[in-house]
Design a protein around this ligand. Structure first.
Ligand code: BV8
Length: 252
């Protein structure tokens, strides 16, 4: 049940100030004010407005057209490298510095902005866009060695043809069990959960809010629009990450 009050900020600040453990769960909206497009926002710049998830973010799509997917990720990698952490990322980094051990950040994002802003232990449920992995497990000895192929195509192993692919979790791929368990533990143990910038459309990550609520956490959603997680919240703050997080966290 979401209580409706005029200004939840003072109440949420009090909850955070008295919390022994704060968990912050973020999605693409967390990085929107750093200039990184979201996936499902109504605006045309959103990724899934321009291309199909199954084509660009699935193993089948990559195998069908490795060069197309590799180029799409190369563009996104350039965008991540050019982006800077926004005021929301920086507010979390400041909080982490002033309250060592009290904050756990769990993100669906594959950028490194939380880490660059001072949250190096961020749990990245969907991987790291700046890392390469082998498409197929390599059990050979010596292991696969990437040779750079034609520009704009993924490097491949000269020996067995294995392809390099971005180190992210695609649709239909399992999340790393240790990451999911760490995220669920943080959700179960936190006193306050801030859910920032996610539509709540992607599972099992989206299940974190309900798990925390059922374990007794005080749940606050920060999102300018409605999301599929709102029903799990005590409060929904209809504002952006970069505007809201500094106000909620300053001096707590
Ligand atoms: C899996 C990496 C086992 C790649 C991504 C139930 C249980 C388990 C699985 C499923 C299930 N039901 C369905 C599934 C399958 C699937 C799934 O969830 N499908 C959905 C679409 C129905 N899940 C999986 O496949 C997962 N694997 O479970 O393995 C399995 C295996 C086979 C079959 C079944 C199960 C793997 C999912 C991971 C996919 N990889 N990304 C890449 O990034 O290239 S997902 C992708 O979506 C991104 O990671 C993204 O972070 C994530 C979630 O999206 P959001 O972050 O929420 O972004 P979105 O654009 O949607 O929303 C942004 C929000 O921000 C908006 O609400 C907007 O209003 C708000 N906003 C905008 N600006 C701001 C803002 N908020 C604050 N401030 C602002 N300034």
């Amino acid at each position: 049940m979401t209580e409706s009050r005029d200004d939840p900020i003072p109440l949420v600040r009090r909850r955070i100030a008295s919390a022994d453990s704060l968990c912050v769960f973020t999605g693409a909206g967390m990085s929107a004010e750093s200039g990184i497009p979201t996936f499902r926002d109504a605006n045309a710049s959103a990724f899934w407005a321009q291309c199909k998830p199954e084509q660009m973010a699935s193993p089948e799509g990559f195998r069908a057209d490795p060069a197309l997917v590799w180029r799409w990720y190369a563009e996104r990698r350039a965008g991540v490298r050019a982006a800077q952490p926004n005021a929301g990322h920086l507010a979390l980094g400041d909080y982490a510095r002033h309250h060592p051990g009290r904050l756990t950040v769990v993100t669906q994002n594959v950028d490194d902005l939380h880490q660059r802003a001072g949250c190096p232990d961020t749990i990245r449920l969907h991987g790291d866009i700046l890392r390469d992995d082998w498409m197929d497990p390599c059990t050979k000895a010596p292991a696969c060695a990437a040779e750079h192929a034609v520009p704009g195509t993924p490097p491949r192993c000269a020996d067995c043809g294995n392809l390099l692919r971005p180190g992210v979790v695609w649709f239909g791929e399992m999340l790393r069990e240790s990451d999911l368990q760490a995220a669920e533990r943080a959700g179960r143990e936190c006193d306050v959960l801030l859910v920032v910038g996610t539509s709540g459309a992607v599972w099992p990550a989206a299940g974190l809010a309900g798990l925390a609520r059922r374990a007794g956490a005080y749940v606050v959603v920060i999102n300018p629009t409605d999301s599929e997680i709102d029903h799990e919240a005590h409060f929904c703050i209809a504002d952006t990450a970069a505007r809201t997080l500094p106000v909620l966290l300053a001096g707590t």
